[in-house]
Unconditional design. Structure first.
Length: 533
């Protein structure tokens, strides 16, 4: 059994294996920025791609040299030489060495089924292909990681031959042998047995583990491999990858460090795990996985009133680690399941709800009523605060304008793209405003028109920018007459950061308008509070 504090290397393949994810297309600059973030996090190896496959990967290898990475080693990925071709004459190996990376990963077959039916060669030639390729790269001054493709399937089918492929790579000079569960169908006990067999056969060869997640146990398999002797873990940020993805490195690293006490990454960098994962998701245009372990926005979110009350007394009651250890934060969600303690915890301190049970009850009742109609406030901080203000009344809520009407006009001429005009007519302090604005669709047009109508009275509206817009059907049984819930994410560049708003209606434009108005009112009322203070 490995000792407490043992060093486990982290090998990231987001930029190569992860880039095969359906819907992901990383630019060269995206890849460079991700590599810099991984280096800052303390990842030991960053696999950059396959230099013979496309110009983008070639450009990455050329440009990454000038980025000044301080810790991570860049890895070029390639395959063993072709059958019947000398290593020195193989175009793939030549391109791999030309990439100039200090480390190369060579993938070779360890399952005799693939040798026969994919490579169409014999067992001895495959062993020669592995040995020749590894030796050629080592002689060229490279550190070589041998990827034993389909190792676990191969080991179960023909254990002797699978081990022989590892031995061929090791004796040729490979610095690490990566055991790959390429099809992602192995289970933890099978992974543990395979790693133990490889460790027993080659006790002096460092072993790595590379798991896919097709059976949903990629992280568990990776941890089982480490507990059986692997000293390097391979995976991707957010678990991206072909088919069902790769082992999620964020969960792997967090478990190794916090549950088992292994030495991973660099001192003090684990607390940047969440921001690194979210940064990559932003670059790759991926939605954050709310329930992603450790780093997801909902990983430490509490909704039920009993849970919230307990966490407020002692966070350990419903949290397995402190969220700060991985750079995440605790969130208390408001919903129809909330208790009074949830309302008190979520309401900004300025409302003084902590000791006002009657006010808490009125807010909770209104919240439950709206959620019964399809509203959802968990990610809509602006709408929740406006709800509190309207419920409490008095000096907490003052209408900032009187709306006469709004409307949208969609127009299209032959051969041109559809255009949109938003029209808003309202009265502020007795002064009538009637504005028209063009925009990219109804929501943008209405936002522009509303801001134009308010700007001379409330110039702070220009600091508010729409970041994301999402629509969900609330009652699908009503078909085309169904209510829709619109969620809008905003960024306030003047101090309130990021926040969300929500609107619900049978009319998607009306739902969007309600969410838009909540955000603007939230922004301006907070500004007025600050001025009054």
């Amino acid at each position: 059994m490995p000792s407490h504090g043992q060093r486990i290397e982290v090998y990231d393949t987001t930029l190569r294996d992860g880039a095969q994810t359906e819907g992901i297309s990383l630019s060269v600059e995206d890849k460079l920025a991700t590599a810099e973030a991984l280096d800052k996090l303390g990842v030991d190896y960053i696999e950059g791609g396959y230099p013979l496959s496309n110009p983008k990967d070639q450009a990455f290898f050329e440009q990454i040299r000038s980025r000044g990475l301080t810790h991570a080693k860049i890895v070029g990925f390639g395959m063993t030489r072709r059958k019947g071709v000398a290593a020195a004459e193989d175009a793939g190996l030549a391109a791999l060495l030309a990439a100039g990376t200090p480390v190369v990963a060579l993938v070779g077959k360890s399952w005799d089924l693939h040798v026969r039916e994919v490579l169409r060669t014999d067992a001895d030639e495959n062993l020669a292909m592995i040995a020749d390729s590894v030796r050629y790269c080592v002689d060229a001054g490279r550190e070589v990681v041998f990827d034993a493709e389909h190792f676990f399937d191969g080991w179960r089918a023909n254990p002797d031959y699978a081990i022989r492929t590892l031995r061929a790579a090791s004796e040729a000079g490979a610095s690490c042998l990566a055991l790959c569960d390429t099809n992602g169908g192995s289970l933890p006990e099978q992974i543990a047995e395979g790693v133990a067999a490889a460790r027993d056969a080659l006790p002096d060869a460092p072993l790595a583990i590379h798991c896919h997640d097709d059976a949903g146990v990629g992280v568990a398999n990776t941890l089982a491999a480490v507990r059986s002797g692997a000293v390097q873990v391979q995976g991707t940020l957010n678990g991206v990858g072909e088919r069902c993805g790769n082992a999620d490195l964020t969960a792997v690293v967090a478990n190794l460090a916090l549950k088992y006490g292994y030495d991973v990454l660099r001192a003090g960098t684990l607390e940047h795990l969440t921001e690194t994962n979210r940064y990559f998701c932003e670059l790759a245009n991926l939605n954050l996985r709310q329930n992603q372990p450790f780093v997801g926005p909902g990983a430490f979110a509490h909704k039920g009133g009993m849970h919230v009350h307990a966490v407020q007394q002692n966070a350990r009651t419903y949290e397995h680690i402190a969220p700060e250890q991985v750079g995440n934060t605790r969130r208390v969600l408001v919903s129809e399941l909330s208790g009074l303690s949830t309302i008190a915890a979520n309401a900004p301190a300025k409302f003084n709800l902590a000791e006002d049970k009657d006010a808490q009850r009125r807010v909770l009742d209104r919240l439950a009523e709206l959620e019964g109609d399809g509203w959802q406030f968990e990610a809509a901080e602006a709408s929740f605060e406006v709800l509190i203000r309207k419920t409490l009344g008095g000096t907490w809520y003052r209408p900032l304008w009187d709306l006469d009407h709004y409307r949208c006009v969609i127009f299209k001429h032959d051969g041109t793209e559809a255009g949109t005009e938003g029209i808003v007519k309202l009265r502020v302090d007795g002064e009538l405003g009637h504005t028209v604005a063009e925009g990219h669709g109804p929501v943008d047009s209405l936002h522009r028109a509303l801001c134009a109508a308010l700007r001379c009275h409330y110039p702070a509206v220009d600091a508010l920018h729409l970041v994301d817009y999402k629509v969900r059907v609330v009652n699908t049984a009503a078909e085309t007459a169904a209510k829709v819930r619109v969620m809008i994410d905003w960024h306030d560049e003047s101090g309130h950061g990021y926040f969300g708003s929500v609107g619900v209606s049978e009319n998607i434009i009306e739902a969007s308008w309600l969410a838009l108005v909540d955000a603007v009112e939230y922004k301006l009322l907070c500004e007025l509070d600050a001025e009054d203070a």
